[in-house]
Design a protein around this ligand. Structure first.
Ligand SMILES: O=C(O)c1ccccc1NCC(=O)[C@H](O)[C@H](O)COP(=O)(O)O
Length: 261
């Protein structure tokens, strides 16, 4: 693994579970992926802020759990204008599953990201998706895993948290990069993380701002700092109880480009 600073206990536990989770060694998947850059261009063309909305039943930092059907959640997000859907497939800390992703991908007509903590090549073959998250900090040979991801037809979204990780991602050939505002050491979010890394990202990279985006003002701030798209989970899911309207929560962020709060 790629870092010296300590992980939060919850993240260390996530990583341990990820290392133990079996992949599939029998069958190498072949994916016909929908393009995220094309979906982003489509959203821009009709005046929507490109939002990747996340089906995230719970998480170590969530206020609670939402048990809604993942397909209904994803369809509600698309109704609210989401450009793509992210689905957690991590089972033990986020309440996700590969089956949920498969059902969502069959039901929606936008690119779907597999959000998990993939550490080995065999774990790529668990479920088909359009995009697949690789976290620089958790991967030993990033270039090899990016190659293996592309060989199967997935688009790798490579997640970084600082400039050193950005350099690692670029050297490994990443062309879709997410800057995570959540610090995996303390689990705090700080939008300045994206603002400090974004100026060093080449223009031909598709750049995603991840985590901690909770209001139209945050959306505009990340867009002004150079985000091509935003990955949003908690603010759309609203784990705090009740039946928060996922479509409306998505629409508020998608429409943030017009300056209304
Ligand atoms: O969300 C968490 O609590 C979390 C804890 C430990 C490691 C990763 C975690 N989240 C993964 C993510 O990257 C987010 O789900 C995603 O960026 C959306 O973030 P948010 O909008 O803040 O829910």
């Amino acid at each position: 693994m790629n870092s010296e600073t300590e992980l939060a206990p919850a993240v260390a536990s996530i990583l341990e579970a990820a290392r133990e989770r079996a992949g599939d060694v029998d069958a190498q998947l072949a994916v016909d992926a929908q393009s995220l850059p094309d979906a982003i261009a489509g959203a821009e063309a009709d005046g929507r802020v490109p939002v990747i909305a996340e089906v995230k039943p719970t998480s170590p930092t969530a206020d609670g759990t939402r048990d809604d059907d993942p397909v209904e959640l994803a369809q509600a997000m698309v109704d609210g204008g989401a450009t793509a859907i992210s689905v957690l497939t991590e089972p033990s800390h986020f309440g996700g599953s590969p089956e949920a992703l498969t059902r969502v991908r069959e039901a929606v007509d936008v690119p779907v990201l597999r959000k998990d903590f993939v550490v080995r090549e065999d774990q790529l073959d668990v479920v088909k998706s359009d995009l697949l998250l690789l976290i620089v900090r958790f991967v030993d040979d990033l270039e090899a895993l990016i190659t293996a991801t592309r060989e199967r037809g997935f688009q790798p979204l490579v997640e970084v948290h600082d400039r050193a990780e950005l350099e690692t991602a670029l050297e490994a050939g990443a062309d879709i990069i997410g800057v995570n505002n959540r610090d995996l050491g303390r689990l705090e979010v700080d939008l300045e993380t994206f603002e400090s890394v974004a100026p060093h990202v080449p223009d031909d990279v598709t750049l995603i701002a991840e985590s901690g985006i909770s209001s139209p003002a945050d959306v505009r701030r990340m867009r002004e700092a150079g985000a091509d798209a935003l990955l949003v989970g908690s603010a759309i899911m609203d784990h705090s109880g009740g039946d928060s309207d996922v479509t409306e929560n998505t629409r508020q962020l998608v429409d943030a480009g017009d300056g209304d709060d």
